[in-house]
Design a binder for this molecule. Sequence first.
Ligand code: HSE
Length: 411
Amino acid sequence: MVKFAVLGCGVVGSGVVELFEKNKALIEKRCGQSLEMGYILDLRDFPDRPYGNKVVKSLDVILADPEVKVVAECMGGTEPAFTFVKSCLEAGKSVATSNKELVAAKGDILLQTAKEHNVNFFFEASVGGAIPIIRPLHKCLAANDFTAIAGILNGTTNFILNKMIKENMDFSTALALAQEKGYAEKDPTADVEGHDACRKICILSSLAFGKHVYPESVYTKGIREVELKDVELASELGYTIKLIARVQRLENGKILPTVMPMVVEEDNLLSQVNGVYNAVMVRGDGISKAMFYGRGAGKFPTASAVLGDMIEEVQLDHTIPSQTWENVNSTDFIEDFAAFTAKRYVRTTGAQAADLTAVFGQLTGTTLNTADGETVFITDTAMNAADVSAAEEKLAAKGIKVLAQYPVLVS
Ligand code: HSE
């Protein structure tokens, strides 16, 4: 018999407990032995729930029980989660976490601690909710040299953008609905401003390229400034605006991770990912590309991933060597955002075709002129941020303003 404990009984923690109780018989069969939910660590009491008698207030109770082999960390945030997880690993207990903030900020330290104590620090649930992506990257796809990963990694913002596009819902109503459904972070600014997606692309980048990528090194822009007008006009041009988290390896060998709204061509599978669903496109030299898709947030989808990690741990007696990356004290393997280039979706105040081609070169795609005197188009050439600023200046000299611009995703 193996015992487990759950730290934090909020949306995900309660999901772990309830999904385990619901599917206990088949989980035990798959583990090859019986499992028992030993403890729930939480500041609150849950007298009305069937597991109310399992609540403890001190981590020491869990640390002191030699039968506890694995601990689910579902508290969120870096502290006290970091201290608690480190203590569990040092006590010889593996940890499965859904906490992307923790993995993005402290993953290198916790993976090293796990290795030193011959246990595992699992984090499948920290990226993409229910989607298996961590294990495929370091196991099924381990033979590949990865060149790029691009994904929709935040369910809340994808849900909001979708509600805006399909139901004309305003931003705040859609956000309130995402919170009600348990998709959003405690502070939804992390979703809206792109920080949650940033943490997730840090985790995928670290695993795929082998060195810890910290959130501070990633250019991050959220969806707060996305206007319904651009969503509609992009759609008329055959594109969808999505919050895209991406990392690419450049020819100079450096990686360039970014999070920002991008326009995605409608024949790209990522443009079809709607609502709370997430998707991750992985490029590698063996596979060309592979795509992973599923629910990116919510109680049971995330609990499913945490329990999957716990089930693997029950079957193991060693640290998994492929699930790791180096800690680093330099960011010289990360390229500056200034090097990022892409074709652009551009919306300007009324402009003559000749003014636009003088600045952007030949425009072979559709150019739309709106009823209120604006012009939208996709540039033929890839531009970096400096090119965009220079173009804005040239247009401004002619009295033309760039009202919005988004890079076009190539994935
Ligand atoms: N707030 C996150 C999201 C939860 O919306 O995707 C899952 O990490």
